[in-house]
Design a binder for this molecule. Sequence first.
Ligand code: ADP
Ligand code: ZN
Length: 438
Amino acid sequence: MMKEYWQEELEVSSRSSLEKLQIERLNKTIEYAIQSPYYNKLFNKKGISPGSIKNIAQIQDLPFTTKQDLRNNFPYGFLTLPKKEIIRLHSSSGTTGNPTVIFHNRHDINSWANLMARSLFCAGVRDTDVFQNISGYGLFTGGLGFQYGIEALGCLSIPAGAGNSKRQIKLMQDYGTTVAHAIPSYLGRLYEVFEQENLDPKKNTQLHTLVIGAEPHTEEQRQRIEAMFGVKAYNSFGLSEMNGPGVAFECTYQSGLHIWEDAFYVEIIDPETLQPVPDGEYGELVMTTLDREAMPLIRYRTRDITRIIPGKCKCGRVHRRIDRITGRTDDMFIIKGCNVFPMQIEGVLLKIPEVGSDYLITLETVNDVDEMVVEVEVKPNWFSGDIRKLDQLTKQITTQIRDEVLAKPIVKLVEKGSIPRAEGKAVRVADKRNNGLK
Ligand code: ADP
Ligand code: ZN
């Protein structure tokens, strides 16, 4: 019979055997954690010892860990093992401040590679695929994290690295790439280069799947990517504190991301009260590593906002699904008294066919009043066209954004290519207000 799952015994087990494994692994995690200077001090103070977890709900008695705790104890305060045992470090891209660092021993690297292979298999990638990884190789986890998973799965891997779109296209054509991984904001630009070269990815490549992740994006953006490239695009979620990619992944039903609960214990909490929210409700994702030795993290507050999708997935996997990340708690900005997430604005923009793939939200103080300026790139044939039509489009976008976020924006249509392209993850908001949260 054809293999349907990467690890059948873990992916289609019962919830009760998954929970048994979680309790076992949580106790082992505490055993490791207590060897680090940070958790040693904390656990001794709170009387937490290995073996003390008898049922999984007791995890709520353990303290949270925050990004600030990681920064305060940089670089070695969370390390459980002598440096001799450690074989790699990765650090986050530092989108919101100083970087944080995560250390791995050989067990951790193998376990991560296996989770990545499982994730890709779950999205329909097979060892017969040619996999081009369009991702920075280095401290960013999207490079090596994918690389090890692609190899564990057995695809022919092309470690292409990021950028240089013409070369990416050439690699795709030379080797018959069937699957590629990239951040979603890059794919719009890659498509522009296909167009410049008079090529159509639907006809001139063998791509059937794109794996997109590492930055927030909307369902509208996914659909645009699928249409441009004539592929299925699967959402991949991870963060360097939880290894990197391979934390949660969509299966071929594309109805939420299976979060690998044998490796991570998942909670969704209200970020204000810190209490769990019921399944189906949005809150902050909190995760505990269950299979990491060198640097376990207990109840790590990711600041990512999502929810558990109630019910079972058609694919039969026991792992619950989280919904697309709507943003981070620290992405939200307040303008004219309204709470706004950039993804709400992206959702409005990308539904409009005349809008290109890039936009920038600038918050600025004009005559002592805070304004939200939304610059929107429009497709080339539109920009050179009729002024009245541009006016109409501006009005349409203004109204639709206002209806979505309740604050009225100042919309400026701009020519394709005029918004500066970020090197890595897309920058969607620039806060230039006098008293703005930077
Ligand atoms: P940094 O925090 O510096 O950006 P990471 O590279 O570890 O460093 O980024 C992880 C973060 O990227 C996640 O916490 C989340 O906010 C975002 N992210 C990753 N994958 C996705 C995804 N598929 N959808 C939305 N956001 C994502
Ligand atoms: Zn599924």
